[in-house]
Structures are given as structure tokens and as C-alpha cells.
Design a protein around this ligand. Structure first.
Ligand code: BT5
Length: 249
């Protein structure tokens, strides 16, 4: 049976969806074979995956993704109220950026894992700045925002493609191809071992080894970013920094 099906060059993914009863019909008549192949191909190609939501304009992809089940992905051409951390705005004119939110299982180092996935999807020139920036040539080209809902984590990723605010960078890549690579990388890194995430983040980091300024609520200090701790916190001159803003000096 396998031999005969493989002679028809049916994609392995299609073969997996063929039930045993259908298998016997397939082999009884050439016409029935082709009808079934066309129907299966239509089922796979003709209907988009229900977990991927594509929209022209939203307030924020994070808001659309929040009630959706794990595995869902929301992509928009434009956000009227895109946001960063700490109530900051994320700006991008329509059609100039990859703006996407993934509904994932909560994970204490998801922001770092998503940074790794995004950097690897973008290419070798993109580096990571703690806690959530993607840098190209030292300028911000993208950012990660993880928001925890009741039993899910909404992981928002924005990457500038053809427009960036002053001082920021653009990646100039095809949005769909970038999204395809990002989905694969995120599949892998969102469920990777903690130690693998920490090790890979260290390798991609542009922050470690630098002098940095840390701004926490009402407190500013400078020091050398030495390492990240087991929860993804930044270690600056022996002090553990779990949130706040970091400037490379
Ligand atoms: C971030 O916040 O970098 C996280 C950005 C996440 C955006 C995505 S898009 C899809 C999903 N839906 C959303 O609503 N959000 C996510 P933060 O580190 O707080 O950086 C925000 C700061 O970056 C702003 O205060 C600006 O200074 C700057 N900024 C705003 N838009 C930018 C852009 N397009 N490129 C570079 N920097 C920008």
C-alpha cells in the first residue's frame, strides 16, 4: 500500500490524513484515487488554518489574541494602538511591519525565548538587548511584549520592515517569509529547555559585557551587565535586575 501511494507522490502530510477505509477505495480505481487526492488537497490548501487570524487593522494584535486558545496567531497590517512595555506606544504605519501575537503556554523565560526565535528568524546580523529588543547595527529593529492572561501567555512581536522611527532600523525583508521562519523558530524555542534558552540568549546578546544604565521605578544606576540569571534577570555589577529599562552606554 505504501509503495503504491508513494508512486502517486502524495505528500506525507496528506498521507497521514488518509483513513484506512479510504485507502482501500483509493487502490480500487484510478478515478477514485484522483478524486480523493483532489479533495484532500482542497481540504488542506483551500481552507486556511482556523488558528491564524489575519486582519487589516486592529487596536493591538495582543487584544485580539487574548481570548483565543493556545496555538492561535494574530497578524495585522496596522495597529491603531500598538503597545510596548510599561504602557509605551509601538508605532508603525500600515503595511510597513510584521505585527503578530502568538498565544502560548506561560513560561518564565518566554520573553528571552521569543527574542531568540525572532533574532534567528531575522538573520545573523540581528542581536538581542535585554530584556526584549531586537537590534540591527545597534539600532532597534523590533521588540517583544509578553502579557500573561489567565492560563496563556500572549507573545507580541513587532519587527520594522520598511519604516522605522528616527534612530531605529528596518529589516527590509518579505513579511510572509519572515513570519514563516518566525513560526518555526518560536515553535522550537518557546518549549526549549531553560538552560538552552539561557545559553543561546547569551550567545545572541549585545548587552552582556557592556556598561549599561538601568532605570527602575525612581532609581537609576550604572554598571557592567555581567550575565543573566536562571529566571532571565540581568546581573549588573552583582545586582539582579528583573524589570525596568536598560540603556547601552
Ligand atoms: C517593545 O516595547 O519593544 C515591545 C514592542 C512589541 C510590539 C508588538 S507589535 C505586535 C504586538 N501588538 C502590540 O500591541 N504590541 C506587540 P518597549 O521596549 O517598551 O519599546 C517601546 C519603545 O520603542 C517606545 O517607547 C518607542 O520609544 C520605541 N518605538 C516605538 N515604535 C517603534 C518602532 N516601530 N521601532 C523601534 N522603536 C519603536
Amino acid at each position: 500500500m505504501r509503495l503504491r501511494l508513494s508512486k502517486l507522490r502524495i505528500a506525507p502530510a496528506v498521507m497521514r490524513t488518509i483513513k484506512p477505509t479510504a485507502m482501500s477505495i483509493i487502490t480500487t480505481s484510478v478515478a477514485a484515487r484522483w478524486i480523493l487526492i483532489v479533495l484532500l488537497a482542497y481540504r488542506r490548501v483551500g481552507q486556511p488554518s482556523p488558528t491564524v487570524v489575519r486582519l487589516k487593522s486592529v487596536t493591538s494584535t495582543q487584544d485580539v489574541a487574548r481570548p483565543l486558545p493556545i496555538g492561535s496567531i494574530v497578524i495585522a497590517d496596522h495597529q491603531a494602538a500598538g503597545r510596548g512595555r510599561l504602557d509605551r506606544r509601538w508605532e508603525s504605519p500600515p503595511g510597513t511591519a510584521l505585527l503578530v501575537s502568538f498565544v502560548l503556554s506561560p513560561n518564565p523565560v518566554l520573553s528571552l525565548a521569543a527574542g531568540i526565535a525572532a533574532a534567528q528568524a531575522c538573520g545573523a546580523d540581528v542581536r538581542l538587548k535585554w530584556p526584549n529588543d531586537l537590534l540591527l547595527g545597534g539600532a532597534k529593529v523590533g521588540g517583544i511584549l509578553v502579557e500573561v492572561a489567565s492560563a496563556t501567555a500572549i507573545c507580541g512581536i513587532g519587527i520594522n520592515l520598511t519604516w522605522a522611527p528616527p534612530g531605529a532600523a528596518t529589516l527590509n525583508q518579505d513579511r510572509e517569509r519572515l513570519l514563516g521562519r518566525l513560526r518555526k523558530e518560536l515553535d522550537r524555542w518557546a518549549s526549549a529547555d531553560l538552560q538552552d534558552v539561557l545559553d543561546r540568549w547569551r550567545e545572541l546578546s549585545d548587552t552582556l559585557g557592556r556598561r549599561v544604565r538601568v532605570e527602575l521605578a525612581g532609581k537609576i544606576f550604572e554598571g557592567v551587565a555581567q550575565d543573566i540569571g536562571p529566571g532571565g534577570e540581568l546581573i549588573v555589577d552583582g545586582n539582579s535586575v528583573s524589570f525596568g529599562s536598560v540603556t547601552h552606554l
